[in-house]
Design a protein around this ligand. Structure first.
Ligand code: F3S
Length: 400
């Protein structure tokens, strides 16, 4: 693998042992994939922020980095933490202390503390820009909707890219690996972000690891639906890029590709409905209804607010809407008022998956996302999850 003199110097420890180790990790990744060289990145997104998923080893690593004076050299945003920055959702004192240390360490490294998995909603990467994103749903979105280029990074290699400003030139950064590999055909419409997330989950189970599915929908999905589709695909399959006619920027170059040879996978209404039926078990008296996995973008927040307008949550029902500070700041007062008046609560900086809900006396959760439905039981043992779309939630748990 070709390395510049500067990269060799970094590897030899001239910029500190931690930066050398970080670059070594990226070089090894590149060698495994026969990358010819490293390329520069100015933008990155780091996962592994919640103490629940990062744990003590990550906390120690971050504090060691701070002690060594390490700084990120990219515009590095961070994923949700295990609680809102100010606390307040019932996490234990011990969790809160450790979580605050993680947040403080990322801050001292120079990260932008957006604490969201939709960091592109304020400052999206440029089309064609090479970036280093962790968080699989964000990876799908920046590749497929924005048209920037990133591989599916994990928390450590995204951190390594953030402090070195380098990634190996491989995988989804190469044009040849970004072409559609399979067409998806369906002759019915998907009309909620929940259904799009289920479609992603359904297909992720059927597609190959490196597949790049090509969708053609009769109605162009909105941002929230595209977000949900990517979240579902990345949950059950290792998908980092999908194409949607009319949406994906690279689709314009599709005339260069020979689509006629692509295999087609058909999603029949009956199979999809059966799949959904199995996933959507009914739950009585949930402790919380949690919406916002991935975090709710502005268009979805408006839609949810409209559905809640003039309604009230039934007694003892809690509705938590997870989004980013940037979305909250852009939301109009009307949007927020309908949510508040219905009894809903907007929660920032965290999400239902990475918050330690199992330790917060929460055992029954209704979600509207296939990703949350899959991950909550894996990460919070003893918590039961049920899936419902926004209309079902409004119908069952609110009243006029
Ligand atoms: Fe985002 Fe948490 Fe879901 S980080 S994609 S809301 S699991």
């Amino acid at each position: 693998m070709y390395l510049t003199r500067k990269e060799e110097r970094i590897l030899n420890g001239k910029e500190g042992q931690i930066t050398a180790k970080a670059l070594k990790l990226l070089v090894e990744m590149g060698k495994n994939e026969n990358a010819e060289k490293l390329v520069n990145v100015d933008r990155s997104h780091i996962s592994g922020v919640s103490y629940k998923t990062a744990g003590l080893p990550m906390l120690r690593l971050l504090e060691d980095m701070v002690e060594d004076g390490v700084k990120v050299v990219t515009y590095a945003t961070v994923n949700p933490a295990g609680m809102p920055r100010e606390g307040g959702i019932g996490v234990s004192r011990e969790f809160m202390q450790k979580q605050k240390r993680i947040i403080s360490a990322y801050e001292k490294l120079g990260c932008k503390m957006v604490l969201t998995c939709i960091p592109y909603s304020t400052r999206p990467p440029r089309r064609g820009e090479i970036v280093a994103f962790a968080e699989s749903s964000a990876v799908c979105y920046v590749n497929s909707v924005i048209g920037a280029k990133t591989n599916r990074h994990g928390s450590l290699d995204a951190l390594a890219a953030s402090i070195t400003g380098k990634v190996p030139l491989m995988g989804l950064l190469l044009e040849k690996n970004r072409k559609p590999t399979i067409k998806v055909h369906s002759d019915f419409t998907f009309d909620s972000s929940t259904e799009f997330s289920l479609l992603g989950l359904y297909l992720g189970e059927k597609l190959e690891k490196n597949d790049k599915p090509l969708f053609s929908f009769s109605k162009t999905p909105n941002h929230g639906e595209l977000n949900a589709l990517g979240g579902g695909l990345a949950t059950s399959g290792a998908i980092g890029l999908f194409h949607v006619l009319g949406v994906t920027p690279e689709i314009k170059q599709l005339s260069d590709y020979d689509l006629t040879t692509l295999e087609t996978i058909t999603v029949s209404k009956r199979d999809f409905q059966n799949f959904c039926k199995k996933k959507k078990t009914r739950m009585e008296n949930p402790d919380i209804i949690a919406m916002g996995c991935p975090h709710i973008p502005l268009d979805r927040l408006k839609k949810i607010s409209k559905k809640l307008k003039g309604r009230k949550l039934k007694q003892s029902t809690k509705l938590w809407l997870f989004t980013s500070k940037a979305v909250l700041e852009k939301a109009e007062e009307d949007t927020l008022a309908s949510i508040r008046e219905a009894g809903g609560k907007i929660i920032l900086d965290t999400c239902p998956v990475v918050a330690p809900i199992g330790e917060m006396n929460i055992t029954k959760v209704v979600v509207n996302s296939a990703k949350a439905m899959s991950y909550i039981p894996r990460l919070s043992s003893g918590v039961d999850v049920s899936l419902a779309n926004i209309d079902e939630i409004v119908k069952r748990w609110t009243m006029k």
